[in-house]
Write a protein that binds this ligand. Structure first.
Ligand code: NI
Length: 176
C-alpha cells in the first residue's frame, strides 16, 4: 500500500498536457495504477489522474461506492481509463458540485455534458467503451480534464459558486 502525495493547485505540473501511454501490461503501469488506487481510497476521492501525483501520463481512475464526499451519487465501478477519448452525445449541459483532491476543502458548481461516450484502455490494454450520464459522466470529464492541464475552476461560469465545503455543505463536515 503506497499513498502518494497529491499535488495542489498552484503546482505547474497540474497545468501540463499529459503524454499518452504507449506500452500496456507493464509492471510500471500496474504499480502506477495500484498507487493511484491506494491514494484515491485513502483520501476518499471519487477519482484521481496521474498528473495529480506528478506522473505525466494519460491515466485516470475513478470509482464511487457510498462515498461520504458524494452521498447522493450513483455507484460507479472502479475503472482504470488510459488514453481516454470522450464524445458528448448531445449539447445538453448540467451544472453540478465538484470537489478535487488537488483543491482540498473546496467545492464549485461546474457545467458538464450530461451524456457522453468514453473510450480508452485498461492497464492490460483491454478496450473500454461506455456510454454514461449524470455523475458518472461528470467524473469522467473532471478526470480527463486533468490530462489536459485543466482544473475544475477553469470550467466554471460563475466563480461566486466556488466555496469551502464546510460552509456550503455544513452537513458534510468531516469530509473535504
Ligand atoms: Ni480533480
Amino acid at each position: 500500500m503506497t499513498i502518494r502525495e497529491v499535488l495542489k493547485m498552484g503546482d505547474p505540473r497540474l497545468l501540463h498536457p499529459a503524454r499518452p501511454v504507449e506500452t500496456f501490461a507493464t509492471e510500471a503501469l500496474r504499480n502506477l495504477v495500484r498507487d493511484m488506487t491506494d491514494t484515491m481510497r485513502h483520501m476518499d476521492g471519487a477519482g484521481l489522474a496521474a498528473p495529480q501525483i506528478g506522473v505525466d501520463l494519460q491515466v485516470v481512475i475513478f470509482a464511487l461506492d457510498q462515498n461520504p464526499r458524494y452521498p447522493d451519487a450513483d455507484e460507479i465501478p472502479l475503472t482504470v481509463l488510459i488514453n481516454p477519448v470522450l464524445t458528448p452525445l448531445d449539447d445538453v449541459m448540467e451544472e453540478g458540485w465538484e470537489g478535487c483532491l488537488s483543491l482540498p476543502g473546496l467545492r464549485g458548481l461546474v457545467p458538464r455534458h450530461l451524456k457522453l461516450r468514453y473510450q480508452g484502455f485498461d492497464a492490460e490494454g483491454g478496450a473500454i467503451d461506455r456510454t454514461v450520464e449524470g455523475f458518472h459522466a461528470r467524473v469522467v470529464q473532471h478526470e480527463t480534464d486533468h490530462l489536459k492541464g485543466v482544473l475544475y475552476p477553469m470550467r466554471m461560469k460563475d466563480l461566486s459558486k466556488l466555496g469551502f465545503t464546510e460552509v456550503l455543505f455544513p452537513e458534510m463536515s468531516g469530509t473535504s
